[in-house]
Write a protein that binds this ligand. Structure first.
Ligand SMILES: NC(=O)c1ccc[n+]([C@@H]2O[C@H](COP(=O)([O-])OP(=O)(O)OC[C@H]3O[C@@H](n4cnc5c(N)ncnc54)[C@H](O)[C@@H]3O)[C@@H](O)[C@H]2O)c1
Length: 432
């Protein structure tokens, strides 16, 4: 990890974001990219070598998905902060059905804070990034600087300076003809794609409102061991801390917020008003994150998106999204529209976790690597905006949120003492 704290970059307004921000800059860079000569894999059959940073549940899963996606892919290197996490990942991968394409000698298994740097020095072509979220901006930046294609698990930052950093890196990736594929997996589900195509083609008429709900049980905890420092405890329980996860409005609810953004053709909201708190999560063992959020996002054309999420045991669960329009209602997860003209998706959904790798690998082989920078940065920012509004109790404009200077990365990344910030109190916690 870089010793340098991230900076927010120059102030930018919502108009800047749309006109000169990621969308426009990425658009320009991607257009220029069409003229760049094809990369080393235009032949379509060369072996692509993959490395993984963050060997936990999703990282291990994504590595298998990549192996499943293409027979000419090999997994040749791993990096993780903790040796035990890396070792169990190696064991699982070497026992998987793809073990013949898993080649992980000890000298390509890296651990510690600099593990990702060592992996990036090997001759991997693609790196999968699946650590806790706070590290993503630095890891994406280092990967693109090293000339690697990137698969970046969602979300891509926990604060606005992190989003700025990833935006800049995605522009750089486009210039270098490198892929940046986002783990916002629903964008790679064929049923979801058909559903949003219907919405965009007027299937519900003009959108009036959107509901996005993600209510689940509580988070798994890893009880503190006496030998763990504060830093180790927080990283082993990273979903319970805002600096590592962004809180669950960012870490988990981003899947729903990204669908809101998709329905709105990735236009950014002008304003958000959030409430939230922590009622059922009790005690220091569960960190300081909230257990419920309710955020209303407002758009320039008057559309409101009502986004709520909860992580509590013993309550009714519901993960659903609805788009309400002047001519009908879309049940997003059921891929169904009811209204003036009923519609239902009946095709094959595919396997989104594999499809994202299939399409990434094909795009690299075609010499036109996918760059998901635009929506992955905007949806991440939207989720951060909702958290900041709920934590502070303030209605925030996009400009305010996007120009926030709050940088959640600790000054020093090393094992040792690390105070846990207090639970945010609306009306008291300051917006920075
Ligand atoms: N797309 C999806 O549906 C989906 C599902 C689950 C998780 N995720 C995302 O995947 C990411 C990882 O989640 P997970 O559930 O696998 O978590 P996890 O805790 O199981 O794995 C994280 C791994 O990263 C390692 N790590 C921590 N700090 C590191 C560092 N500085 N350098 C290298 N390794 C480090 C940990 O030791 C651990 O092995 C998160 O961003 C999460 O939001 C996405």
């Amino acid at each position: 990890m870089s010793d340098q704290p991230r900076t927010a970059g120059s102030a930018a307004s919502r108009r800047d974001f749309l006109k000169t921000g990621t969308a426009a800059v990425l658009g320009g860079a991607l257009a220029a990219q069409q003229n760049v000569s094809f990369g080393a894999f235009a032949g379509g059959s060369d072996v692509l070598k993959i490395g993984l940073v963050g060997c936990g549940g999703r990282g291990g899963g994504a590595a298998v998905n990549a192996l499943e996606a293409d027979p000419n892919v090999k997994l040749i290197g791993l990096a993780d902060l903790f040796p035990d996490r890396l070792e169990s990942c190696v064991k699982n991968l070497e026992a998987s059905q793809y073990k013949d394409r898993v080649d992980l000698p000890k000298d390509r298994q890296f651990t510690g804070w600099d593990a990702y740097k060592k992996l990036l020095e090997t001759d991997i072509d693609i790196v999968i990034l699946a650590t806790p979220i706070t590290f993503r901006p630095e890891h994406i930046k280092a990967a693109i600087a090293a000339g690697k294609h990137v698969f970046a698990e969602k979300p891509v930052a926990v604060d606005a300076p992190g989003v700025h950093s990833v935006m800049a890196t995605c522009v750089e990736a486009a210039k270098k003809n490198l892929a940046v594929v986002s783990g916002l997996c629903w964008r790679y589900d064929h049923g979801m794609r058909a559903t949003f195509q219907q919405v965009h083609e007027g299937g519900v008429g003009d959108i009036v409102a959107i509901q996005a709900t993600y209510n689940t049980g509580t988070l798994k905890q890893f009880p503190r061991k006496p030998e763990w420092s504060d830093m180790e405890w927080q990283l082993r329980n990273w979903q319970h801390f805002t600096w590592t996860s962004g809180d669950f409005n960012v870490e988990q609810h981003i899947h729903s917020l990204d669908k809101v953004a998709w329905a709105m053709k990735d236009e950014t909201p002008i304003r958000a008003t959030g409430t939230g708190g922590r009622q059922a999560r009790q005690g220091a063992e569960s960190g300081h994150v909230y257990d419920h959020f309710n955020v209303v996002y407002e758009y320039a054309n008057g559309v409101k998106a009502f986004a709520n999420c909860r992580q509590m045991d013993g309550c009714s669960n519901d993960v659903s999204d609805f788009v309400f329009g002047t001519k009908g209602t879309c049940d997003v997860f059921k891929h169904r529209i009811k209204g003036e003209k009923d519609w239902k998706f009946t095709g094959s959904k595919g396997q989104m976790y594999v499809t994202e790798h299939i399409e990434m690998i094909q795009s690299i082989r075609n010499g036109k690597p996918i760059n998901n920078g635009n929506y992955m940065c905007k949806s991440t920012m939207m989720a951060i905006m909702g958290r900041m509004s709920a934590y502070t109790g303030q209605t925030l404009t996009w400009e305010q949120a996007f120009n926030s200077k709050e940088n959640l990365t600790p000054v020093s990344l090393e094992f040792g003492p690390l105070a846990m910030p207090p639970v945010a109190v609306p009306g008291v916690t300051a917006f920075v």
